[in-house]
Design a protein around this ligand. Structure first.
Ligand code: IPD
Ligand code: CA
Ligand code: CA
Length: 272
């Protein structure tokens, strides 16, 4: 039987190849999709569904025993392998609103968990043709080149990324207050539009920090590992690690983590 680390390396290679192949499907559909609203401001296209089908079929071909958690609810793809010790978590297109409007970035997010710990993370930013990969303990790579978080020491010099609430906008006032504190304290704030890419860009040092509420595991599973393997830190708004299911995301280069946490901490009851 293959040892765990060899399996993780093989899984990373498979995930990286599938992400690039899925990127071809996304490119084919760019500018020619029919958009459906599956909930308020919650978009889905044929591209999301086709990419998810492709990824699930391919993952099952390589790793038939593994469980899969994926965003889109495709009735013919129910999993049924709940007890498995390996589970893939995939978002076929992260940033679908950007994708349907032709605005970069948007990407494919693929993670593998072993006994509940993420061990492989891959995010492919399709319009920028950038592939971010990590195996736990093996560092972060961007298109095959080793990368790290920024060395920014203070909020004054920090560029922060976030996601605005747009589906369940029940906590908008509190979010805007936190955003105001962050805008005042930092060099600036951006809202690119794909949480997995926000995390990838913190991981490789473009942004110094990221916060958002209301995210799902497929948005963040791969990105959390990228940030950690880039040398950064990821917690919920209480400072607790491993916030994959927390629906509160604070990811930084580590150096500004506590300072940024203080500004967003009043949001800690949101989705708690
Ligand atoms: C969304 C994107 C967006 C974030 C949302 C996510 P989707 O994912 O990551 O940046 O603000 O919360 O749901 O729906 O495009 O896969
Ligand atoms: Ca998503
Ligand atoms: Ca999605």
């Amino acid at each position: 039987m293959m040892d765990a680390h060899t399996l993780y390396e093989e899984a990373r290679e498979v995930a990286a190849r599938l992400a690039r192949e899925a990127g071809q499907i996304v490119r084919y559909y760019a500018g020619r999709v029919t958009v459906r609203e599956k909930g308020y401001n919650e978009l889905v296209t044929q591209a999301d569904e086709e990419v998810q089908r492709f990824l699930i079929e391919q993952i099952r071909r390589h790793f038939p025993e593994h469980a899969i958690l994926a965003e889109e609810n495709l009735s013919d793809m129910q999993d049924g392998r709940e007890g498995a010790s390996f589970r893939w978590i995939i978002d076929p297109i992260d940033g679908t609103t950007n994708f349907t409007h032709g605005v970069p970035p948007y990407g494919i997010s693929i993670a593998l968990q072993h006994e509940g710990r993420t061990v492989v993370g891959v995010v492919y930013d399709v319009p920028h043709d950038e592939l971010f990969t990590a195996v736990r303990g093996g560092g972060l790579y961007v298109n095959g080149v080793r990368a790290r978080v920024s060395q920014t020491e203070t909020l004054r010099e920090a560029l922060i990324t976030t996601g605005f609430p747009y589906r369940e906008v029940v906590h908008l006032e509190e979010y805007l207050e936190a955003l105001g504190r962050v805008i005042r304290a930092t060099r600036g704030v951006r809202r690119p539009g794909a949480a997995s890419v926000d995390l990838a860009w913190v991981a490789c040092g473009r942004f110094d920090g990221f916060f958002e509420t209301g995210l799902s595991p497929w948005d963040v599973a791969a990105g959390i590992l990228l940030v950690e393997e880039g040398g950064g830190r990821v917690t919920d708004f209480h400072g607790r690690p491993d916030p994959i299911f927390a629906r509160q995301m604070l990811a930084t280069n580590g150096r500004i983590h506590e300072a940024l946490c203080e500004l967003v901490a009043p949001l800690h009851h949101v989705y708690a």
